[in-house]
Design a protein around this ligand. Structure first.
Ligand code: AMP
Length: 271
């Protein structure tokens, strides 16, 4: 809950914040674990941020399980869960929005107009409420990481941004709260995203450097899957999200579910 006394602020004790939208999984908990190691106090925020969802997106259906989240976070020994009610985050009349600029425009920014404005606004507000020394984000949302790093630099927010690796299922599928939407057949087909990333990393390791050929290898697996419809695939620079670069970023619909993933092809694909 919004805690006006900010009980977690104690002089001389470092604070780590892990922002989440709940429906927690092992990816979130891996960030909490690193935060636990690196800080005296760990705060996890759970807030399904309405302003980062587009009008035709899944805000109303987004998975929510507050009791399970609380149990998992108690087990992970977090010090506080910050769950601001929507009307506290966005009271009537609130109109300020944070726009980060160029890095937020291509790819996810283009596919989801207003998404990164919503993310940057809520992260700014969470930082103001919690006053963390460090904040933890997943590499899974690579463009979000780039947007937040730019935001922190540009607004001198003074929060150290720490990035955790993507936690994956045994077949490579990146954990996501949205994976619960997948039917068994879609769940199988969804492994083609990470298979494409793995294939591109293997080709790179074998010496392939031609961006068009790497792109073809990246998308080949997805094109072969009838249940998967590719939205974008690019090889971009991780700070600017412009071409050229080594980070392969993907967005695809698997049935009705929109999934994203990414991997730096110059590094071995895990597992
Ligand atoms: P979300 O609840 O989806 O907003 O995610 C909260 C944080 O967890 C974000 O920083 C995500 O990038 C991160 N995250 C989501 N999925 C994973 C994953 N599979 N591995 C590591 N971190 C993740």
């Amino acid at each position: 809950m919004l805690d006006a006394s900010r009980r977690w602020r104690v002089a001389g004790r470092s604070i780590g914040l892990v922002p989440t939208m709940g429906a927690l999984h092992a990816g979130h908990l891996s960030l909490v674990e690193v935060a636990r190691r690196e800080n005296d106090v760990v705060v996890v925020s759970v807030f399904v941020n309405p302003i980062q969802f587009g009008p035709n997106e899944d805000l109303d259906h987004y998975p929510r399980d507050p009791a399970r989240d609380t149990a998992l976070l108690a087990e992970a020994e977090v010090d506080a869960i910050y769950r601001p009610p929507t009307e506290v985050m966005y009271p009537a009349g609130a109109s300020t929005r944070v726009q980060v600029g160029a890095v937020s425009e291509p790819l996810e920014g283009k596919a989801r107009p207003g998404h990164f404005e919503g993310v940057a606004t809520v992260v700014t507000k969470l930082f103001a409420a919690v006053e963390p020394d460090r904040a933890y984000f997943g590499q899974k949302d690579a463009q979000q990481v780039a947007v937040i790093k730019q935001l922190v630099r540009d607004l001198d927010l003074g929060v150290e941004i720490r990035v955790g690796p993507t936690v994956r299922e045994a077949d490579g599928l990146a954990l996501s709260s949205r994976n619960v939407y997948l039917s068994p057949a879609e769940r199988k087909a969804a492994a083609s995203l990470s298979a494409g990333l793995r294939a591109a990393a293997e080709a790179y390791a074998a010496g392939e450097r031609d961006p068009d050929r790497l792109h073809g290898i990246l998308t080949g697996r997805l094109d072969a899957e009838p249940l998967v419809s590719l939205e974008y695939a690019e090889l971009v620079d991780p700070a600017t999200f412009q071409k050229p670069g080594n980070v392969a970023v993907l967005a695809a619909r698997v049935g009705k579910t929109r999934l994203i993933d990414n991997h730096d092809v110059a590094l071995p694909f895990p597992g």
